[in-house]
Write a protein that binds this ligand. Structure first.
Ligand SMILES: [Zn+2]
Length: 267
């Protein structure tokens, strides 16, 4: 049996990948009117430590001039690490939306699914982590920090969502359809497609599922894609490059980061 949580794109890359991605896009546009465009955004999680995979990811997004929202773990970031992180793609700084991930990215729940901001936490501790994180990122990253919050594992409780709003964040980013719903005036720039942390038992089935998801979400006019660079290998980077290249070619696909998304909503 294959290990769960392994990057499925590292297992086998189907040879007809380019054609299958194109088919997804054509099928999606076939369901939309000729005037419709599709918003596509990428979110990269677990940012804070520079390394070869991080730099390769930034190189790809820079090469194709495609925006990327990066969820930074505040406790992992130091001024020295930030200097290294920002050095990649610095010429294209308007493409990047550096925002906040979980303070230490640790699980606080004794049972049930992992959460850093779940029911086991006291309200004061949740608020403390949010503000500590925001303050640290603002101090280190200055104007490069943008106040959006991505909770680890894409989940948090209602109390956290309320505090996120009260602490001055413009938006949250979880899985699409995540519960509880975000409070009024706190948009959720949700992600639908998970490229690298899928539980894979059968690669062929998983590829089919991925293409079905891409078609479904592109057809809805909006598609958020989640990346975990630390789980990627060469094949995963090859697949990401194919995706970026094809998306970039389609003029009706609008590629945005969270800041762009907030601005289109008038935040
Ligand atoms: Zn994470």
């Amino acid at each position: 049996m294959l290990k769960p949580d392994i990057s499925f794109v590292s297992l086998q890359v189907p040879s007809d990948l380019i054609a299958r991605v194109e088919r997804c896009i054509n099928a999606a546009f076939g369901r939309l009117t000729a005037a419709d465009s599709v918003l596509v955004y990428f979110r990269a999680d677990d940012i804070g430590v520079p390394g070869a995979k991080f730099f390769r990811m930034m190189e790809l997004f820079s090469n194709y001039r495609i925006p990327l929202s990066l969820a930074v773990v505040p406790a992992w970031l130091t001024a020295q690490r930030w200097n290294a992180l920002r050095s990649s793609g610095q010429r294209f700084s308007s493409l990047w939306c550096w925002h906040q991930h979980g303070w230490r990215h640790i699980n606080h729940e004794y049972k049930g699914r992992k959460q850093e901001f779940g029911p086991e936490r006291l309200q004061a501790d949740i608020k403390g982590d949010l503000l500590k994180g925001k303050c640290r990122l603002e101090n280190i990253m200055g104007d490069n920090f943008y106040p959006v919050f991505t909770p680890p594992w894409n989940r948090c409780n209602l109390q956290t969502l309320e505090l996120v709003k009260d602490c001055g964040f413009f938006a949250v980013s979880r899985n699409c359809g995540a519960l509880p719903p975000a409070p009024h005036a706190l948009p959720d720039f949700c992600v639908d497609v998970d490229l690298h942390t899928r539980k894979v038992m059968d690669p062929a089935t998983e590829w089919s599922r991925l293409f079905a998801e891409l078609t479904e979400y592109l057809s809805s006019g909006r598609c958020g894609i989640m990346i975990h660079h630390r789980q990627m290998n060469r094949a995963a980077f090859d697949f990401l490059e194919i995706l970026l290249k094809i998306f970039k070619r389609h003029k009706r696909i609008r590629l945005l980061n969270f800041k762009n998304l907030a601005e289109t909503r008038g935040a």
